[in-house]
Design a binder for this molecule. Structure first.
Ligand SMILES: [Zn+2]
Length: 279
């Protein structure tokens, strides 16, 4: 029996326990037996976890390893609690944006900070900016890179809806719509519009094999940055592999993603989205 099966069976058992529990309550509504009174308190969130997990795609479910649901919930709450330290007057750092989940043409992150070249990093252009949380996390990442003798090159950051629209239309003209869809986001669907994504280096596949590319791949998560479009997951993320594109989600979420979602950001953000929308 593989690990995923065990976790799924465990969940089925939990569902079963819950229905049994509900029945016993309704059939003996007034007087509980001694054995019922002795039953341990069941975490009410387990039932919600079952519902949310069963609503996820088969591929996402298959990515979740064997584990204790109570531990999963404890880890989830750590991730959700961390976000309370961040500003509450802007979109969640875990906001799901993809081909199906969009923001409006007027959405601009609050208090964007200009990202100019400095002692910590180089830039490819002078009109870059990030959300404050992502800016601080870039400082953190860049300091660690410098300690290892690498100065990062930041090439693309926040993009407005209008800028993304121009970019996407240009790619459609160049490569046709079908191909452009695989590597460029339609306006309103880009992580770049959220001000939390960075494209590093040359923005080409071979950057992944450079010293800088290897270092970022190895250490990004330690500083809260997550690879958004990994190799082999185009049918999940909607995009071809992009070794240069990282999204800031925070260190705790990076740990959660690695431990419970096979390190696939899309699965974790889909789960959090479903969790927050569930009753
Ligand atoms: Zn990008």
């Amino acid at each position: 029996m593989n690990k995923n099966k065990i976790f799924q069976l465990l969940l089925i058992v939990l569902v079963f326990d819950f229905s049994a529990c509900a029945k016993s309550k309704s059939s003996s509504a007034v007087k509980q037996t001694a054995s019922e009174q002795a039953q341990p308190v069941i975490n009410p969130e387990l039932e919600k976890l079952n519902r949310v997990l069963f609503s996820m795609s088969d591929r996402c479910k298959a990515a979740i390893p064997n584990g204790n649901p109570e531990e999963f919930l404890a880890d989830l709450h750590k991730v959700l609690d961390v976000e309370k330290n961040f500003r509450s007057d802007d979109l969640s750092l875990y906001f799901l944006i993809d081909k199906k989940h969009k923001v409006g043409s007027d959405y601009v992150p609050k208090d964007l900070m200009a990202v100019k070249g400095n002692d910590l990093w180089n830039v490819s252009r002078n009109d870059l900016s990030l959300r404050p949380e992502a800016y601080a996390a870039l400082e953190d990442l860049s300091r660690a890179a410098l300690n290892d003798g690498i100065k990062l090159l930041v090439s693309s950051t926040y993009r407005s809806y209008q800028y993304q629209e121009g970019l996407f239309n240009r790619y459609v003209k160049q490569d046709g719509e079908a191909l452009a869809e695989r590597y460029s986001a339609r306006p309103g669907t880009s992580q770049h519009q959220l001000g939390v994504a960075i494209d590093f280096g040359s923005i080409t596949d071979d950057w992944g094999d450079t010293k800088m590319g290897k270092w970022v791949y190895e250490h990004a998560a330690e500083h809260g940055w997550s690879l958004s479009f990994p190799q082999g997951y185009e049918d999940v993320t909607g995009y071809m592999w992009e070794c240069w594109h990282f999204r800031y989600i925070g260190k705790e979420a990076c740990r959660f993603q690695k431990k419970w979602f096979s390190d696939i950001q899309q699965f974790m953000l889909e789960f959090i989205d479903a969790w927050e929308k569930a009753e």
